[in-house]
Design a protein around this ligand. Structure first.
Ligand SMILES: Nc1nc2c(ncn2[C@@H]2O[C@H](COP(=O)(O)OP(=O)(O)OP(=O)(O)O)[C@@H](O)[C@H]2O)c(=O)[nH]1
Ligand SMILES: [K+]
Ligand SMILES: [Mg+2]
Length: 345
C-alpha cells in the first residue's frame, strides 16, 4: 500500500531527479532563470554548491524560511526573501545548489546561473570544510555564461560602422594583442566595418571578445562567503579570511552573519537620500534609495514620475555639496546621506 508520505517522497524524488537533468532546451539556448519578479532596491543572489548553507543563511537574514536539510538539492527553486538595511529593501534570492557542468545545463544549472545574472550582486556561499577548488569551479561556471565577477569592462572602445573597413588603433604599444590578432577576431565576429581603440596595453583576446559580446556580458560584484567555520581550525580560518573579497561565517553558531550583511551593503553601494521641504527639518526616518552614481534627476524620478517637468533647481546638503546648501541642476551626482530639497517652477 502506498501512503501519502510515500507519494510526497516520490514526487520530491522526481523533482530532484529533474534538477539533475538538463532543462528542456538547455545546453544550447539561454535558459531564462526562475519566475521571480524583482522587487526592492537591489537584488542579491546566493550561489553555491549543494548543502553549503544558502538556505540557512537566507533564513537568518530575512523573515523568509527556506527549507534546510543535510541532503543535496533541498532547495528546488528560487526562494526570495527581503533584507532590510539602512532604510533599503534588498531582495535576496536563495537558489538551488549548482554543480560542475552547470553552465552546460547540468542540474538546471543554467536556470540558476541565469537568475544570478539578473542580480546586482552575487554572494558565493562556500563550505569551509570542503576542498579549495570549489571557488574556482563555480567561478568557471559563471564565467562560461558571461558573468564577470569583481571586474570592470575591458578598456577597449569599439564602434561598429556601416562602411569604411576596420580602423584599429592602440593607445600604447600593446603587450599581448597585435593588429593582426585584433583584425582576425573582428573578422571572425563579422565586424568588417568598425573602429577599435585599445586603451589598455595589457588587453587580451578574451577582453576584446568581451567587448564584442558586450550585450551578453554582465559585470557583477561578488562576495565570497565561507560558511561552517565552526568546523575548521583557527589557522585555516585565518587563511580563508585573508582572501580578497571574502568573508567567513557560521550560520550554526551565529558568527560573522552581521559582518557579511554589512559587506553586502558596502558592495551594493546604494545611496540614501533624505528629502527636505522648505522651512522644515529633513525627514531622516525615511530614505529614498538610489544607485551609486545617481543624479538629482534619478532622485526626482524616485519621488514622482512627473516631478522633473516642474523642476527648477535643487538644494543639496551633504558629502556631494561643495558648500551647503549647494544649488544644483538635474545632472548633479548625489552621495550617500545627502539631504535634497527640490524647488519647483
Ligand atoms: N556545521 C555547520 N553546518 C551548517 C551551517 N550552516 C548550515 N549548516 C548545515 O548544512 C546543511 C545544508 O544547509 P542548507 O541551508 O540546506 O544548504 P543549501 O546550500 O541551501 O543546500 P541546497 O538547497 O541543497 O543546495 C544543513 O544540515 C545545515 O544545518 C554552519 O554554519 N555550520
Ligand atoms: K541542503
Ligand atoms: Mg537550499
Amino acid at each position: 500500500m502506498v501512503n501519502i508520505t510515500d507519494k510526497i517522497k516520490d514526487k520530491l524524488a522526481r523533482l530532484r531527479a529533474q534538477l539533475l537533468e538538463p532543462a528542456p532546451g538547455a545546453g544550447s539556448g539561454g535558459g531564462s532563470g526562475f519566475d521571480v519578479s524583482k522587487s526592492g532596491d537591489a537584488r542579491i543572489a546566493l550561489v553555491g554548491f549543494p548543502s553549503v548553507g544558502k538556505s540557512t543563511f537566507l533564513s537568518k537574514i530575512t523573515k523568509t524560511k527556506s527549507e534546510v536539510a543535510a541532503y543535496a538539492f533541498t532547495t528546488l527553486t528560487a526562494i526570495p526573501g527581503v533584507l532590510e538595511y539602512g532604510g533599503a529593501e534588498i531582495q535576496v534570492l536563495d537558489l538551488p545548489g549548482i554543480i560542475e557542468g552547470a553552465a552546460e545545463g547540468k542540474g538546471r544549472g543554467r536556470q540558476v546561473i541565469s537568475a544570478a545574472k539578473t542580480s546586482d550582486m552575487i554572494v558565493m556561499v562556500l563550505d569551509a570544510t570542503k576542498r579549495a577548488e570549489q571557488r574556482a569551479l563555480l567561478e568557471g561556471e559563471l564565467e562560461a555564461v558571461g558573468i564577470r565577477l569583481n571586474r570592470d569592462p575591458p578598456n577597449i572602445y569599439l564602434k561598429p560602422k556601416k562602411a569604411g573597413g576596420m580602423k584599429i588603433t592602440f593607445q600604447a604599444p600593446p603587450k599581448i594583442l597585435d593588429e593582426k590578432m585584433v583584425f582576425n577576431i573582428l573578422r571572425d565576429y563579422k565586424l568588417l566595418n568598425c573602429e577599435v581603440l585599445v586603451r589598455d596595453e595589457y588587453a587580451t583576446v578574451d577582453d576584446l571578445i568581451d567587448v564584442i559580446m558586450k550585450d551578453h556580458r554582465k559585470y557583477i560584484k561578488c562576495l565570497y562567503v565561507y560558511n561552517k567555520i565552526d568546523s575548521i581550525s583557527v589557522e585555516f580560518l585565518d587563511e580563508l579570511a585573508r582572501e580578497p573579497n571574502t568573508a567567513v561565517m557560521s550560520c550554526e553558531l551565529d558568527l560573522g552573519i552581521q559582518d557579511v550583511v554589512d559587506r553586502c551593503w558596502e558592495e551594493l553601494r546604494l545611496i540614501r537620500i533624505y528629502t527636505k521641504r522648505k522651512g522644515v527639518e529633513p525627514d531622516f526616518s525615511e530614505a529614498l534609495i538610489v544607485r551609486n552614481g545617481s543624479t538629482i534627476e534619478n532622485v526626482c524620478d524616485q519621488v514622482h514620475r512627473t516631478l522633473k517637468e516642474t523642476f527648477k533647481y535643487a538644494l543639496v546638503w551633504g558629502q556631494s555639496a561643495r558648500h551647503v546648501p549647494q544649488r544644483v541642476g538635474l545632472g548633479h551626482v548625489v552621495a550617500d546621506e545627502d539631504v535634497v530639497s527640490i524647488v519647483a517652477k
